[in-house]
Write a protein that binds this ligand. Structure first.
Ligand SMILES: [Zn+2]
Length: 346
């Protein structure tokens, strides 16, 4: 059992309420870094001093937050109305168990049983506005004594391994956080490494913008978990990325064209070390790279990601070899990075 992934995915950290994840990571890395601090937004930023061989300062980012819900209103029957924190498909919500607020009160997103549905209702999508979280309260006052407006709710999913794959919640991006913890536990790098475990990615890359601005690195890498759409398809459609084919390397998404010098450094490193990798089909999506690469006078930045099925639902799936390989690839990429790779002569 990968204890690191188990601990990190079972911890709760909906955007803006990342404290449990932050405390856990702080304990996991404290003995392996020279300094750590928490900034105003809640980003955990650690410095691992290098051997001094190279005059570089490199940032590696992984976001701590996960998508979830926020309580917006308690209705007269004691049911909780909610909004999404981060992007959701409403269809993923009905019937799911959630944990609400700092005390982790259990609730369920109520669904009308199939027995009581009219034929026309069976085929229609229930909108989020008409869903409620049921905490078993008898009335509004009983509910208000347990829950505050603005409390966030997270899904409840146990981490489990099924042969080469694992199921859990929030691999996006606790898989990246776990990989970054492993990078910090390794021997010092030839340069100072700044690790940023960032907040509020899911609501607009907000934490990374602040963390990277403060760190002012010469180059940055973002470790992510990217949605894989690799299930059987009737048409002749190739998957954007597939589980078990290695870490995915971003080239372009909605917010960036990744730094081509770093992309080529990562792919060369993977090929040289015989680490499997796949190029993520260029297109939509976005990562903290978009926020980081436009700071100061521009920061070369690139993303490497573990493919994960069912992103932004209560249960995701990753392949554990892909996870092991992203750790290998990220470490090798760092150990072979030189100032020449990101120097522009013309
Ligand atoms: Zn993510």
């Amino acid at each position: 059992m990968n204890e690191l992934l188990k601990q990190l995915t079972e911890a709760v950290g909906v955007s803006s309420a990342e404290k449990e994840v932050r405390l856990l990571i702080k304990d996991l890395i404290a003995d392996h870094v020279d300094e750590w601090r928490v900034d105003t937004m809640g980003n955990l930023i650690a410095l691992k001093r290098g051997t001094g061989q190279l005059d570089l300062r490199v940032l590696v980012d992984a976001h701590m937050d996960e998508v979830g819900l926020m309580v917006t209103e308690v209705d007269s029957s004691g049911m909780l109305k909610f909004e999404g924190v981060g992007g959701f498909d409403d269809r993923a919500l009905l019937g799911k168990v959630v944990q609400i607020g700092p005390k982790k009160l259990t609730g369920v997103i109520g669904a009308r049983p199939i027995h009581l549905l009219k034929a026309s209702q069976v085929n229609s999508v229930v909108k989020r506005e008409s869903m409620r979280i049921d905490i078993g309260a008898r009335n509004k006052d009983a509910a208000r004594s347990k829950v505050k407006i603005g409390d966030v709710a997270a899904f409840v999913t146990q981490y489990e391994e099924l042969g080469p794959t694992a199921i859990g919640k929030a691999f996006d991006d606790r898989a990246g956080c776990a990989a970054l913890v492993e990078l910090l536990r390794a021997e010092p790098y030839p340069f100072d490494l700044v690790a940023a475990f960032t907040v509020q990615e899911e609501v607009g890359l907000r934490g990374a913008q602040v963390a990277a601005y403060g760190a002012r690195p010469d180059a940055a890498f973002v470790l992510e978990c990217t949605p894989a759409y690799d299930l059987p398809n009737k048409k002749d459609v190739s998957p954007n990325v597939a589980l078990g084919q290695g870490p995915s390397i971003y080239v372009m998404d909605r917010g960036t064209i990744q730094d081509p010098r770093l992309v080529s450094h990562i792919t060369h490193t993977a090929a040289e070390r015989n680490i499997p990798f796949q190029i993520r089909q260029p297109g939509g999506g976005g990562t903290n790279t978009a926020a980081i690469q436009r700071l100061h006078g521009g920061i070369p930045a690139a993303t490497i990601a573990v493919p994960g099925r069912y992103a932004h639902t209560p249960a995701m799936m990753i392949n554990l070899d892909d996870y092991a390989n992203i750790v290998k690839l990220a470490e090798a990429t760092l150990r072979t990075l030189t100032p020449q790779i990101i120097r522009r002569d013309a």
